[in-house]
Design a protein around this ligand. Structure first.
Ligand code: GP9
Ligand code: MN
Length: 415
């Protein structure tokens, strides 16, 4: 039955943050383009590698009058990597511990972002030039009510247009804009890039900066593939402008998860010129979030603490779609009354005062273990509660008991 749902609903309602009336609906009716930037961590933004700018285009966006750049924003994925980030963005729920929810719970009922946008007249899709069954996407997208999946079969991969895991980002973006031109507006599409993926291989002609020099081949090549992805995003913006779609769209871009794991701490420490502690490892889970709104003029750097669960409510509120009745653990990043609190899937957490990692309560200002660990305690409990609630929803397929805002039962096209 749905009794557990009531308890969780009460928790979610109590944590709902009202949208900022100045931001609510400012993107109403616009197309929504969400770009998952493969393995992009925030440490490369506005940074150099041996004197070379790593992300010149994204750096420009951090100072752009139409862009909100969030520099205190964390990835929250687990073993499901890209697919977990998709799950979190779509549902504002957490993935599962130790397995990929895209594989384990693709038959569930969800109140996804795509579903909500579909109900509001949007044509919804995902664009990703990989085979459709990777991460069980073809099945899961039905449960998420994604109307159309432009997988590898929607793309033509010419000579020299594939590297590493598949189609290169530059031709991918280019052909994706052509596909968009044929979609009925308003549309919402999620694009997933691929080139900046481990093992970070590139063709010679795509290497725009040299490799780094350290004991980690992975980190050494990472800077080059990030640089290539930055170039691809720049060309994507140019294509959007040429296509005429740009003015009628908002573009939301985020890093899906880390690219450099803790196995490369020694090399990272060399690059950052310090010894990497569990505190630093947690901070390295920051990924950039850009919300680009052509014509806004209000853009700025946002230091609001947030995570990937916050993307769904933030986007819906910008479009003027209310989320009060939705079962979501995130909150609108523009809301003045939201709580600064981020939970990692493995139980680590960040507040505005502390980071809790490896069972140590760190002071966020100094990066040293806090003299008083008490402030972490209530948050550790809250993190457990919230992760358990999310698991309970997923394991019990509880959203099938939830009514939609108009009182009708939930939809699930896969059933
Ligand atoms: C595969 C791509 C990469 O289609 O999304 O997945 P990842 O290995 O990063 O989870
Ligand atoms: Mn990924």
């Amino acid at each position: 039955d749905g009794t557990e749902l009531t308890e969780i609903e009460n928790y979610v309602k109590a944590n709902h943050a009202q949208p900022d009336p100045k931001m609510f609906g400012t993107a109403k009716g616009k197309n929504v383009i969400i770009v998952s930037l493969e393995s992009l961590q925030n440490f490369v933004i506005n940074n150099n590698m041996d004197g070379h700018e790593i992300t010149p285009f994204l750096n420009e966006l951090t100072n752009d009058k139409d862009t909100f750049y969030f520099d205190n924003f964390y990835q929250q994925t687990g073993l499901g990597k890209t697919s977990d980030s998709e799950f979190i963005v779509e549902n504002s729920l957490y993935g599962r511990n130790g397995s990929a929810v895209f594989f384990t719970h693709s038959g569930n009922t969800y109140n996804s972002l795509s579903e909500r946008l579909g109900e509001n007249g949007y044509a919804t899709s995902v664009m990703h030039a990989n085979s459709k069954s990777f991460w069980n996407r073809d099945i899961m997208y039905k449960a998420l009510n994604v109307q159309k999946f432009y997988d590898v079969d929607s793309y033509t991969i010419g000579e020299d247009e594939a590297v590493n895991w598949g189609m290169k980002d530059i031709p991918f973006f280019h052909q994706s804009v052509d596909l968009m031109k044929d979609i009925k507006q308003p549309f919402a599409t999620r694009m997933i890039t691929l080139t900046n993926h481990h093992p970070f291989d590139l063709d010679e002609q795509d290497k725009l900066i040299p490799e780094y020099t350290s004991n980690s081949n992975t980190l050494n090549k990472y800077f080059q593939t990030v640089r290539y992805m930055d170039e691809a995003v720049k060309e994507f913006f140019e294509d959007l402008k040429e296509s005429g779609l740009y003015e009628d769209s908002i573009i939301v871009m985020y890093g899906d998860h880390y690219g450099i794991s803790e196995n490369h701490n020694k090399a990272m420490g060399m690059y950052m010129d310090k010894e990497i502690t569990p505190f630093d490892n947690a901070e390295l889970q920051k990924v950039p979030l850009f919300i680009h709104m052509p014509g806004s003029g209000e853009g700025k750097q946002m230091h609001e603490l947030g995570g990937q669960v916050d993307i769904r409510p933030t986007i819906l509120h910008l479009l003027g779609i209310d989320t009060k009745a939705d079962m979501q653990f995130g909150s609108d990043l523009f809301s003045p009354d939201r709580e600064p609190f981020v939970i990692f899937r493995d139980g680590r957490l960040v507040t505005d005062k502390n980071i809790y990692a490896q069972e140590i309560c760190y002071d966020i200002e100094t990066g040293e273990p806090a003299s008083d660990a008490a402030p972490c305690k209530p948050y550790i409990e809250r993190a457990n509660t919230e992760l358990n609630y999310s698991d309970t929803i997923i394991n019990g397929d509880l959203l099938r008991f939830k009514e939609r805002p108009d009182g009708s039962p939930e939809l699930n096209e896969s059933k």
